[in-house]
Write a protein that binds this ligand. Structure first.
Ligand code: GSH
Length: 212
């Protein structure tokens, strides 16, 4: 059975998990709790994925794969039920990939902020880096608010999955910013996203960290 290097804290892992659930593969992949710390390379994980990142998927009969988008695509090509996450039509595929990148980009910004503000000592933090990333985060959220009707108007794909998980992560780690307060249409769309069984089944939680 394929093995997913997993953590309930990781938004990129959650993207992969939501894809597995959407495609009916959640029972077909086992998870192993892996602590990937940006400050401490994981020697065991690097023997599989040289980047020391999760999600990483070990397969029985093929090479390992990593990166949430890649694992979402694996789920899409492996599962025989659920929505088509990566549309075949070239134009639809481009827009799905763009929105997948938008959600991933929001996560990259959020993780940068998390590392800078909560993992690094105060005297090493860069006010400029923090301000620039907060500006980009709010710019992306405002773009989503302006474009949510078009995004919501097409069938569910990997773009929705990525944006939806990114917004869940902001609720989990940056609740004080209260992004929904000034973005009502995006918030309404996200409420619907949160009701998907795949999203309900894969919630974030701060479990005890295992030894690396
Ligand atoms: N682009 C990657 C990002 C994965 C990523 O950064 N995962 C984090 C966990 S949330 C990680 O493994 N961090 C460890 C590190 O950066 O060394 C993806 O989409 O899977």
């Amino acid at each position: 059975m394929p093995t997913l290097h997993w953590s309930p804290r990781s938004p990129y892992v959650r993207k992969a998990m939501v894809a597995l659930h959407e495609k009916g593969l959640d029972g077909a992949v086992q998870t192993v709790r892996t602590a990937a710390d940006p400050m401490v390379p994981h020697e065991g994980l690097m023997e599989i994925n040289p980047l020391s990142k999760i999600p990483t998927l070990e397969r029985d009969d093929a090479e390992p794969i990593w990166d949430s988008r890649v694992i979402c695509e694996w789920a899409d090509m492996t599962g025989t039920s659920g929505p088509v996450l990566f549309p075949a039509d070239p134009q639809a595929r481009l827009i799905a990939l763009r929105d997948e990148a938008t959600g991933s980009g929001i996560l990259d910004i959020a993780l940068t902020l998390l590392i800078e503000t909560r993992m690094r000592p105060a005297q090493q933090q860069s006010e400029q880096l923090i301000a620039a990333n907060r500006r980009k985060l709010f710019s992306a959220l405002d773009w989503l608010e302006a474009n949510v009707d078009a995004i919501a108007g097409r069938p569910f794909d990997v773009g929705h999955l990525s944006i939806g998980v990114a917004l869940c992560y902001l609720n989990f780690r940056f609740a004080d910013d209260n992004w929904p307060a000034s973005r009502p249409r995006l918030a309404a769309w996200h409420e619907g996203f949160c009701q998907r069984p795949s999203v309900i089944a894969t919630g974030f939680r701060d479990d005890p960290r295992p030894a690396a």
